[in-house]
Design a protein. Structure first.
Length: 89
């Protein structure tokens, strides 16, 4: 009985065009956790910057601080994009 069932399943898989490589690729997908972590950090940073900007009209105090915040923002965006592409590929 079990040999008959396994034969039927094997024939059905071949008819559907499924190979063992396709099954292995489906079972070993990449975790989306890095993307969600990077995205969450980016969102939290954007909200924090918005709150500070609304509370302090002279924010940021100097050009150096502004450049630092822009560099950190660009780094967080790049990290989020990189993790999205990494998970998708």
């Amino acid at each position: 009985m079990s040999q008959t069932l396994s034969t039927i399943l094997a024939v059905a898989e071949q008819a559907a065009g499924a190979t063992s490589e396709e099954h292995a690729a489906e079972e070993h997908h990449k975790s989306e956790t890095p993307f969600f972590v990077a995205g969450s950090i980016l969102v939290a940073f954007a909200i924090a910057i918005s709150i500070v900007g609304f509370k302090k009209p002279d924010f940021p105090g100097s050009a150096g601080v502004a450049r630092g915040i822009m560099a950190l923002s660009a780094t967080l965006v790049a990290a989020t994009v990189f993790t999205a592409v990494y998970v998708a590929i």
